[in-house]
Design a protein around this ligand. Structure first.
Ligand code: CP
Length: 310
């Protein structure tokens, strides 16, 4: 395992090594213990200031980063594009350089454009964490997903994971594929052909078009929301058709007659990709994923901040 991260920014899982992921998980194990104590805060980052820049809507990621930063005692400022001078035409680099001039060390950014974090990391002097960039990557989501599989099943290596749904528009799917493959899991994708990227198999995954077969095969099913907000055209005939072919119901789950872990990154579109009695079932670890997000994000922030301090 590494003693420090091999990167100065977290821009995508594709830039990490297996050793980086092991180090993040070991550090997250420590922080998970910390946040389960009566005093949930550590003074580690009292000298670090972090700006959270959200150019797109978020509930889990934004609040989880903010809580992780507060648990580490960092100073934080929150920026929402909707109420900012971005609406007067200010560029991304100008916006961030103005924020950095107030002595900010680290930027957590969600942005609708793929590669926005990579672009920023080349033009500003701060450590950048990608909190989701368009349909490109969502690295902390993939890290907390793998961390949750490791917690539930002991390890990620050797596990069979199927990612179901709108793979084409999903940054969660891409980051998960990179993370799972790096750790030695076998990955299948399952969804309508029109919602699978053309060259998805070049990433070392296989396609299983049939939901039941995919579920019979896997240890873990990661169910994704159909991201209508990223679609300019309809990619399948109707929501009813989608639910019929790819919606996971309690009846399907019971007929499998086996242990299976159900994951979802949220937000859930209940009754479409999964029904409520699946989302709230004993098979689902959806709220564990959210809870683990705080410890995993504490680990990422702490490890990147250690590099700034050197
Ligand atoms: N999983 C996830 O990214 O959720 P939010 O969009 O609410 O942050």
């Amino acid at each position: 395992m590494n003693s420090e991260l091999s990167v100065d920014h977290l821009l995508g899982i594709k830039y990490l090594t297996k050793g980086d992921i092991e180090l993040i998980f070991k550090t997250a194990d420590h922080f998970k213990e910390v946040i389960n104590r009566p005093i949930k805060k550590v003074p580690s980052l009292r000298d670090i200031t972090i700006a959270n820049l959200f150019f797109e809507n978020s509930t889990r990621t934004r609040l989880s980063f903010e809580l992780a930063e507060k648990r580490l005692s960092a100073d934080i400022i929150n920026f929402s594009a909707a109420s900012s001078s971005v609406n007067k035409g200010e560029t991304l680099i100008d916006t961030v350089n103005n924020i950095l001039s107030m002595k900010v060390d680290m930027v957590v950014m969600r942005h609708p454009n793929p590669g926005a974090g990579i672009f920023l990391s080349k033009h500003v002097k701060a450590s950048i964490i990608n909190a989701g960039d368009g349909a490109h990557e969502h690295p902390t989501q993939a890290l907390l997903d793998s961390y949750s599989i490791r917690e539930k099943l002991g390890e990620v290596k050797g596990k069979k994971v199927v990612i179901v749904g709108d793979i084409l528009h999903s940054r969660v799917a891409l980051s998960n594929i990179f993370a799972l493959k790096l750790q030695g899991a076998t990955v299948k994708v399952c969804g309508p052909k029109t919602l699978l990227p053309k060259h998805i198999e070049s990433l070392g995954v296989t396609i299983e078009p049939n939901l039941i077969k995919a579920l019979e095969w896997c240890d873990v099913a990661n169910m994704l929301r159909v991201q209508n907000e990223r679609m300019e055209i309809n990619y399948f005939p109707s929501t009813r058709e989608y639910v019929k072919q790819y919606g996971l119901t309690r009846k399907i789950l019971d007929n499998l007659n086996k242990e299976i872990v159900i994951m979802h990154p949220g937000p859930i579109n209940r009754g479409v990709e999964i029904t409520s009695d699946v989302a709230d079932s004993e098979h689902a670890i959806i709220l564990d994923q959210v809870q683990n997000g705080v410890a995993v994000r504490m680990a990422v922030i702490y490890l990147l901040a250690s590099k700034i301090k050197q």
